[in-house]
Design a protein around this ligand. Structure first.
Ligand code: G1P
Length: 288
């Protein structure tokens, strides 16, 4: 078992669910409250103790790299105007960790995206995978909650889970519980986007994973699955026996920022958690 210090963020996708907004703007750069979706995901990782952020990306998404770099032009101009708070707010991004980038040159699926980052992860190193479409509002960062289960299970792989209405199960990876513990489960089955009638439960995987590096052995041999893509889910199944696959329904609210409704819901909820605009936003919502 190793302490988790690295996170892989698969962000090469085209974001076609959110056109036309994402025609030239990466979906990860859409703004929730006052920062892009991807920054919320990186903040969650940094607040969980993760130090290395590995982006699996595409050359069409350079604005993401720019966002996590310093902007000297902006800093100089703000310095002249003595806007100290604003300087702090634009410097914080590149202090969230170290950043590495690897190109996924073909849209072959989530399993393939994670596999593209294999060279950044050590032989016996456990690591996180964070899908930034899902952003989470919680007291304790969701990844940190998964880390507790990783420690409790002495290095088991851990998935973030959420119960969804039965009609929505076919949008997700769905698990079957083997055993229930205090606040987590061991998993005996995992299916990618099953038909409602074939789903083993309505407990689904949301975009948070802590994985054992053995997954790369399985991913390198993984055949195409659902949607003719290489699915992470299909390789996760092979971790069930050893070192064990677990799941936790973490405390927090998850928003699917890859969809219009989820994105608006995220903005309202993040707005309501912001001291500066909370009461005005409440007033505004009451008037609707
Ligand atoms: C991916 C995974 C799926 C998971 C989902 C969570 O699907 O393949 O198992 O439940 O993320 O958001 P995607 O949403 O990329 O199609």
């Amino acid at each position: 078992m190793s302490v988790i210090k690295k996170a892989i963020f698969p962000i090469a996708g085209l974001g076609t669910r959110f056109l036309p907004a994402t025609k030239s703007t990466p979906k990860e750069m859409l703004i929730v409250l006052d920062r892009p979706v991807i920054e919320w995901a990186v903040i969650e990782a940094a607040n969980s103790g993760i130090e290395e952020m590995i982006f699996v990306t595409s050359s069409k998404k350079n604005s993401i790299i720019e966002h996590f770099d310093r902007s000297e032009i902006l800093e100089t101009s703000l310095k002249k105007k003595k806007k100290i708070d604003q300087i702090k707010s634009i410097r914080s991004q590149n202090q969230l960790g170290s950043f590495s980038f690897v190109i996924q040159d073909e849209p072959k699926g989530l399993g393939h995206a994670v596999w593209c980052a294999r060279k950044f992860i050590g032989k016996d190193e456990d690591f996180a995978v964070i899908l930034p479409d899902d952003i989470i509002l919680s007291k304790i960062p969701a990844i940190k909650q998964l880390m507790k289960i990783h420690t409790k299970t002495k290095g088991g792989s851990v998935l973030g889970l959420e119960k969804v209405p039965k009609k929505d199960v076919s949008k997700y990876g769905v698990i079957k519980i083997r055993d229930k513990y205090n606040n987590f489960f061991s998993i005996s089955e995992l299916v990618e986007k099953p038909k409602i009638s074939k789903a083993p439960s309505n407990l689904t995987v949301v975009g948070r994973y802590l994985l054992n590096s053995k997954i790369f052995n399985y991913l390198s041999r993984q055949k195409k699955g659902h949607g003719n893509e290489i699915q992470l889910t299909d390789s996760l199944v092979q971790l069930i026996e050893k070192p064990g696959l677990y799941g936790i329904e973490f405390d927090g609210k998850r928003f699917d920022c890859g969809s219009k409704l989820g994105f608006i819901e995220a903005n309202v909820n993040f707005g309501l958690s912001d001291n500066e605009i909370r009461s005005s936003l409440k007033g505004m919502l009451k008037k609707l």
